[in-house]
Design a protein around this ligand. Structure first.
Ligand SMILES: [Zn+2]
Length: 106
C-alpha cells in the first residue's frame, strides 16, 4: 500500500469500516510511515477529539489513538490465527479424502 491509498483509507479506518486484508495493509503502512501516521492523528483528532472535547470529556489523543491501533492489531492477529486454523483444517480434510480414496482403491 502506498501513501495515497493509505490516506484514502483513513476515514474508513476511523469509522471501523476496514477489515481483514485492508485493515492489515493499512496498519502495516501506518506503522512504518510517519507521514501517514501524522495524517491519521490529525484526522482522528478532528473526528473524535473535537467531539469528546465538546462534551467536556477529558481526552488523551495519543492514548485513544494508540488503543485504536492496538485494537486493530488484535483483530489482525485473530484474523491471521483463524486463517491459519482454516488452512490446517483444509489440509486435514484433503489428507482424509486422499486416505479414503487410497483405502477404497485397495
Ligand atoms: Zn505513508
Amino acid at each position: 500500500m502506498n501513501c495515497k491509498e493509505a490516506e484514502k483509507k483513513i476515514p474508513a479506518f476511523l469509522n471501523d469500516e476496514l477489515d481483514g486484508r485492508g485493515l492489515a495493509e493499512f496498519v502495516e503502512h501506518i506503522e512504518d510511515c510517519p507521514e501517514c501516521m501524522e495524517e491519521l492523528s490529525i484526522q482522528f483528532l478532528v473526528a473524535e477529539g473535537m467531539e469528546q472535547l465538546e462534551q467536556g470529556n477529558n481526552f488523551n489523543l495519543q492514548e485513544a489513538l494508540t488503543s485504536k491501533l492496538e485494537n486493530a492489531d488484535y483483530r489482525i492477529r485473530i484474523n491471521r490465527v483463524l486463517r491459519h486454523v482454516l488452512l490446517i483444517l483444509e489440509a486435514a480434510v484433503a489428507a482424509a479424502i486422499i486416505a479414503a480414496v487410497i483405502i477404497v482403491s485397495m
